[in-house]
Write a protein that binds this ligand. Sequence first.
Ligand code: TUI
Length: 308
Amino acid sequence: MKDLTDLLHTKYPLIQGGMANIATHELAGAVSNAGGLGLVASGGWDTERIRQEIRKTKKLTDKPFGLNIMLMSPYAEELTDLVIEEDVRVVTTGAGNPGPYMKKWKEAGTTVIPVVPSVALAKRVVRFGADAVIVEGTEAGGHIGEISTFSLVPQVADAVDVPVIAAGGIADFRGVDAAFALGASGVQIGTVLLASEECPIHDNYKQKIIKAKDTETVVTGRETKAPVRVLKNKMAKKYIELSRQGVGLEELERMTLGSLSKAVFEGDADEGSFMAGQVAGMVKSVRSVKDILDDMFMNSRAYKELHT
Ligand code: TUI
């Protein structure tokens, strides 16, 4: 199989997670400059704000970067055109089926890499022309599927003939090696990047990640079919209670994005939604994005084998 770095035009076979409200030009530019594929995220922002983020990223880096489109966003449809207007070379999608937009992107020569939580969706997006798939396990932070990375990655790798990128549960070189052993050609990381110098979030959020233990994340909103993994706090308890009481999906989504802003910008320990994956317990310090990526790949046997 072709090396993922040939598809992404990057030094490392790594994509940054498209974290809503967090993955701005600062983070995307830093990840691309460090040798991964940085992403500008879309969840929470309107089309003009994202256009500005894309333009600012181009000023920060001459390396490739992408746009993540959260398909539950009210601006999703507009963003599918923005990709083409702003000549973004790679698009990743999440929280839905990008099938209806694939023809337009393929005609424009965009590289399309959907996040999939199941074998069925992986097969469907590949039929529509996906260039690779990001297979995200339930260990990940934010909006998640049901199946673990360990179980899902090999099943998707057996089912499709495009590169598989493993996501969820990966924070260091051991995760990279495990992903390759399971049949992946690369990784996507999010939580470990929250604790990077370049990540533009409130310091309280970074400190919460660093202090978190293995048992500190919880999944909210299972009843509403929009499960979201966050660090345990007052807001998470309130959200679980409301979704048990049957509060509607739309209201819960609005609440989620509102409380995510409180976490990201204000570091509000009680009212914030601190989205994080189960690997938060592994993250022990704030480092530069370059240190995080160099450490992941210079110590990975799988990466060394591919590149020597
Ligand atoms: O999208 C994510 N993670 C996210 S999005 C987000 S912002 C948010 N805003 C309001 C409410 C909830 C979240 C925070 N974190 N990850 C990618 C991902 N995609 N995980 C799971 C999926 C997924 C789920 C179902 C992808 C496709 C899918 O398809 C269902 C279908 O239509 O077949």
